[in-house]
Design a protein around this ligand. Sequence first.
Ligand code: FE
Ligand code: FE
Ligand code: FE
Length: 189
Amino acid sequence: MKMELLEDFYIEELKDVLDAEKQLTKALPRMAEAATSPELREAFEMHLRETEGQIQRLQKIFKRLEEPVRGKKCKAMAGLLKEAEEFLSEDAVEAIVDVGLIAAAQKVEHYEIASYGCLATYAKLLGLMEDKELLGQTLQEEKATDGKLTVLAESLNVEAAEGELPGSDEEEGEEEGEEMREEEQSSAR
Ligand code: FE
Ligand code: FE
Ligand code: FE
């Protein structure tokens, strides 16, 4: 398809994000199930419900544009979710599972924030103020989710950081600790 107008690109990007959201509705239940922290699980479940609402907003926009409600495969979301799947297939202790899930989810949210930020701008430029309103609502939800995940990361990562790394206690700098560990290892051999 030859794209000549901003509206053409706008519609292509709407198709992309519709597909991205649909992929996410399939992945979020799996991520919620894998989460070991109840707060993280609840955050994923809540965002699944929000994501369903976001799809409805997109459907409204397609109808108003008199376009078929059809997605176009979002390869970026597929890649991000593939990485998440790969991580879940690794052997990790509970706290690390949550850390990895948060990282994967924040990458997804950042992709969505970029997508909806652009789309809301195009809608404004095109004078589609109702679209801009709907896209802006979704953008806020994505940002709020990202913020919530950051807060969760700050509490959960502490648990994951406890113990394992010899260089990570407060008296030593990280690099010093690592050097010491190497020395200890080499003298032990
Ligand atoms: Fe979304
Ligand atoms: Fe995409
Ligand atoms: Fe999202």
